[in-house]
Design a binder for this molecule. Structure first.
Ligand code: SAM
Ligand code: SF4
Length: 444
C-alpha cells in the first residue's frame, strides 16, 4: 500500500537541501511526497531558529496537528532541524506536544530510517538530538525538488560566532566535504541533465580550511569548472572577511561561475560591526566591493542587512543607509534584529521595537528605489537567461534568471524550459526585468 509523507521546510537553503535528503531516504522506504497534510501517513517539520517568527510558526502548526493525530493515531509526526537542536526547545516540544513521535536535530538527519524502525518496533516516541557533529555522512539518497537547478552542500556548520546568531550553536563547527565527494556529486548531476548548481555553506569561502590539504574554495571552483554539462555555478553564502583576491581572480577567469555576489554586510557602522564580531570594517567591505567590480565589471552585489542590533544609534543606522547608497545593491534581504537566547547580543542593551520598525521601513524604501534604478539601467541590454518555465501568473510567459540572478519574464514557447536563451531587456521593474526573446543558443 502506498504511503504518503508531507514535509514542511522553514528557513534557509541548507534546510531545503536537508529536506531533499529526508525525502530521498523516505522514498527508499516507500513514501511518496505530497504537498498537503490531510492524507499524509507522516508529517515532518524541518525547522529554523534564526528568528523567533520561524519558531512561533512551528509551535502554532504543531498545535493544529494535534487534531490530525487524534483523527488518525497511526499518523507519524516528526520535528527536526535547528529548533530541537536547542536542548530547551526539544524539551518544550516533548512536553507541550506529547503526540510528536520523532524529534531529531541537525547532526543525525541521515539516521531517519533507523529512528523510524525504532518507533515501529517499540511503539514509543524517539527523541534523538546529537549535541555535537560527528563527521559527514556521504552517499545518502536524495530526492531533488528541481530538475534544472541543484543545491550542493559543500560544508556544514560555522565558526564565526557573530554575536547575534544562533547558527554556530545549532549547526556545529565548520566541516568541509572532501573535494572528490563534491565533484562526484556534481558529475552525477551533470549526467542527469542539471544545468545550474548552487554550492551551499554558511561561509563557503572558508571551505577547505579544516581539511589541511592546502585546497580551498578557489581550488574547488577551478575543478568544478571542468565538470562537463554544467553551465552555471553559484554559491552562497560568502563571508566578506574571507573573500580574497585569488577567489576574485578565479571567478573573473571562469566561464561558468555567475557574476552574482551575495555579501552580507549586516551593518554600515564600524562600531556595530565590531559589536557583531563580523571581523571586517566598513572600509574593508567597501574595498572588497570595489575590487570585485574592478575585476568583474558587470557583477551584481546583494546582501543581508540588519537593523536594530543592540545599542544601534541613529548615527550608526545612518551609516548603514550610507553604505547601501554607496554599494547600490541590486537587492537585499533586510532583517530586524531578534533576540536569540544564548547568544552574546541577547544580553546587550536592546533597541526599542518601534525604533527598529521605523528603521527597517526607511531601509526597505531606500533599497527598493535603488533596486528599481539598477533594473532600469539594464534596459536595452541583451542578457543570457536560463529558462525555468512558465510564470506562475501568466502561462503565456516564461520566466528565467540572468547570470546576475535577476528574474526575467518574456514571451516564448514552453519548450524553451531548461535552455539558455538571449533576452533583450525592455523594462526594468522593482523586482524583475521584462524582455523579448532574441536568440536561442544552438545546443544549450
Ligand atoms: N552565514 C550567512 C552570513 O554570515 O551571511 C548567513 C546565515 S543567517 C542564517 C542569514 C541571515 O539571518 C544573516 O545574514 C542575518 O542577517 C540574519 N540573522 C541571523 N541572526 C539574526 C537575528 N538574531 N536577528 C535577525 N536576523 C538575524
Ligand atoms: Fe551566523 Fe555569522 Fe555564521 Fe553567518 S557567519 S551563520 S551570521 S555566525
Amino acid at each position: 500500500m502506498k504511503k504518503y509523507v508531507y514535509i514542511q521546510t522553514f528557513g534557509c537553503q541548507m534546510n531545503e537541501r536537508d529536506t531533499e535528503t529526508l525525502a530521498g531516504m523516505l522514498e527508499d522506504l516507500g513514501y511518496f511526497q505530497i504537498d498537503a497534510q490531510d492524507n499524509a501517513d507522516m508529517i515532518i517539520l524541518n525547522t529554523c531558529c534564526v528568528r523567533e517568527t520561524a519558531e512561533s510558526k512551528v509551535f502554532g502548526l504543531l498545535g493544529r496537528l494535534r487534531k490530525l493525530k487524534v483523527a488518525n493515531p497511526n499518523l507519524i509526526i516528526g520535528v527536526c532541524g535547528c529548533m530541537p537542536q536547542q536542548q530547551d526547545v526539544a524539551k518544550k516540544i516533548r512536553h507541550s506536544f506529547p503526540f510528536v513521535d520523532l524529534i531529531f536535530g541537525t547532526h543525525n538527519v541521515h539516521e531517519l530510517p533507523r529512528m523510524l524502525q525504532q518507533i515501529q518496533e517499540t511503539k514509543e516516541a524517539v527523541l534523538e538530538v546529537w549535541s555535537t557533529e560527528r563527521g559527514i555522512a556521504e552517499n545518502i539518497p536524495v530526492r531533488r525538488k528541481d530538475k534544472l537547478k541543484a543545491w550542493v552542500t559543500i560544508m556544514y556548520g560555522c565558526n564565526n560566532f557573530c554575536t547575534y546568531c544562533i547558527v554556530p550553536y545549532v549547526r556545529g563547527r565548520e566541516r568541509s566535504r572532501k573535494p572528490e565527494d563534491i565533484i562526484h556529486e556534481l558529475e552525477d548531476l551533470a549526467r542527469q541533465g542539471y544545468k545550474e548548481v548552487t554550492l551551499l555553506g554558511q561561509n563557503v569561502n572558508s571551505y577547505g580550511k579544516d581539511l589541511n590539504i592546502n585546497y580551498y574554495f578557489a581550488d574547488l571552483l577551478i575543478n568544478i569548472e571542468k565538470v562537463e554539462g554544467l553551465e552555471r555555478i553559484r554559491f552562497m553564502t560568502s563571508h566578506p572577511r574571507d573573500f580574497d583576491q585569488r577567489l576574485i581572480d578565479v571567478i573573473a577567469a571562469s566561464n561558468k561561475v555567475c557574476q552574482h555576489f551575495h555579501l552580507p554586510a549586516q551593518a554600515g557602522s564600524n562600531r556595530v560591526l565590531k559589536l557583531m564580531n563580523r571581523g571586517y570594517s566598513r572600509e574593508q567591505y567597501l574595498k572588497l566591493i570595489q575590487d570585485i567590480r574592478k575585476a568583474i565589471p558587470d557583477s551584481s552585489i546583494t546582501a543581508d542587512i540588519m537593523v536594530g542590533f543592540p545599542g544601534e544609534t541613529e548615527e550608526d543606522f545612518e551609516d548603514t543607509l550610507d553604505l547601501v547608497r554607496q554599494v547600490r545593491y541590486d537587492s537585499a534581504f533586510t532583517f530586524i534584529y531578534n533576540i536569540r537566547s544564548g547568544t552574546p547580543a541577547a544580553k546587550m542593551e536592546q533597541v526599542p521595537e518601534e525604533v527598529k520598525t521605523a528603521r527597517i521601513q526607511r531601509l526597505i524604501e531606500l533599497q527598493n528605489n535603488i533596486s528599481l534604478e539598477n533594473n532600469i539601467q539594464d534596459e536595452g541590454k541583451i542578457l543570457e537567461v536560463l529558462v525555468e518555465g512558465e510564470t506562475k501568473t501568466n502561462r503565456e510567459k516564461l520566466a528565467g534568471r540572468t547570470r546576475t540572478n535577476k528574474l526575467v519574464v518574456f514571451e516564448g514557447p514552453m519548450e524553451l524550459s531548461g535552455r539558455l536563451v538571449s533576452v533583450k531587456i525592455n523594462k526594468g521593474r522593482p523586482n524583475l526585468l521584462e524582455g523579448e526573446l532574441v536568440l536561442v543558443s544552438a545546443n544549450k
